[in-house]
Design a protein around this ligand. Structure first.
Ligand code: AQP
Length: 327
């Protein structure tokens, strides 16, 4: 079976709909056809200030949401990044093959460092750790949202560079960025991606939102001039975003949905989408809360995952250490 690897940061109590549609839904699909490794990126989380108790809690909550959204620990290896020390170990090696220029050109670094008073070195070296997260497992496929495209390109470059210098070691992975769902936009500001760090939570749908909050956020989503329900991201970004979300949550095509709403108002679409979101996310929310009741069981799943991931990651690391001359 081909292999897939991806991760999500433990930086909030709830994942948002962008993480769910852009990443998690793909994870669930690929576990059927791939040897799948999915991790909670708690080491990436500390590149910006984190509270220790909150980080611990968010790590477990993220794991619970992975499983509640459909990842099956029998099919997917689910683990926490810091429990597999080969990640930071390989990261160091890759940092030494990355130039300062390459790292400081990363858009995420530029955006996030502009927002911080204290810019950590970890924020700059983030993409080397991400490359390590991936290359340790030699995956063919890495499903991510559009915002990670540049980091994936760097990962591929680092793999090729290492292979060229030291002989074939890493598989050069392909990014899987689904065109339709690569970027889910903020409901209040459809020019910006839906994100944990958006100042107003009104534009962000958290997958653990209750029915009332979900409905309110969708009904108050910013729509566009005119009345026609059409998919036109350039001129109608608000409605187009709602159509993308509708389509992803129902597996219906956008064209099909547009045809159904011909002659109807934005309000109709919002009412129905709110219903779809409540129907899809309520079971995820309930299952997450249920899983969080038994933390020992959750921790046991993560321990098993870390053990399985470590076996593969350490074999790759040993090969790398050997090739670069570490005794
Ligand atoms: N809006 C989005 N649309 C589609 N995919 C998205 N992803 C994130 N936002 C969207 C994808 O989710 C995965 C996990 O991302 P992450 O752990 O890096 O989360 P993040 O990027 O930190 O999420 P935020 O909300 O965007 O955080 P901030 O505000 O801190 O930048 C990735 O595959 C990502 O592409």
């Amino acid at each position: 079976q081909p292999r897939t690897v991806s991760g999500i940061q433990a930086t909030s109590d709830s994942l948002h709909l962008g993480n769910y549609i852009g990443a998690l839904q793909q994870f669930v699909t690929h576990q059927e056809s791939h040897d799948a490794f999915y991790f909670i990126a708690n080491m990436h989380a500390i590149t910006v200030e984190q509270d220790p108790a909150e980080l611990r809690e968010r790590t477990l909550r993220t794991a619970a949401q992975f499983i509640a959204a459909g990842l099956d620990p029998e099919k997917s290896t689910i683990f926490v990044q810091s429990q597999v020390p080969a990640h930071p170990q390989l990261s160091w090696v890759l940092e030494c093959t990355t130039s300062m220029g390459e790292a400081s050109r990363m858009t995420q670094f530029k955006d996030k460092s502009a927002k911080q008073e204290h810019v950590s070195l970890g924020l700059l070296t983030y993409p080397a750790l991400m490359a390590a997260d991936i290359l340790l497992y030699n995956p063919q496929l890495v499903p991510v949202g559009e915002d990670q495209r540049q980091h994936l390109e760097l990962t591929r470059n680092l793999a090729e560079r290492f292979n060229y210098r030291f002989g074939k070691t890493f598989t050069v992975p392909e990014a899987q960025i689904l065109k339709a769902t690569a970027k889910i936009y903020d409901l209040q500001n459809p020019g910006a991606k839906m994100s944990k760090s958006q100042p107003s939570p009104q534009g962000r749908i958290d997958i653990l939102d209750d029915a009332k909050a979900l409905t309110k956020k969708i009904k108050s989503a910013v729509t566009d001039d005119g009345t026609e329900i059409a998919f036109d991201p350039e001129n109608k970004p608000g409605v187009s975003n709602l159509l993308t979300i509708y389509s992803s949550l129902t597996s219906r095509s956008v064209d099909d949905i547009v045809a159904e709403y011909e002659g109807k108002m934005y309000g109709h679409l919002k009412v129905d989408l709110a219903e779809v979101a409540v129907e899809t996310l309520t079971p995820v929310r309930e299952r997450t809360l249920e899983l969080l009741e038994d933390r020992a069981q959750l921790q046991a799943i993560l321990d098993r995952g870390a053990e399985k991931a470590s076996a593969i990651a350490e074999a790759t690391l040993r090969e790398v250490y050997d090739k670069i001359g570490f005794i």
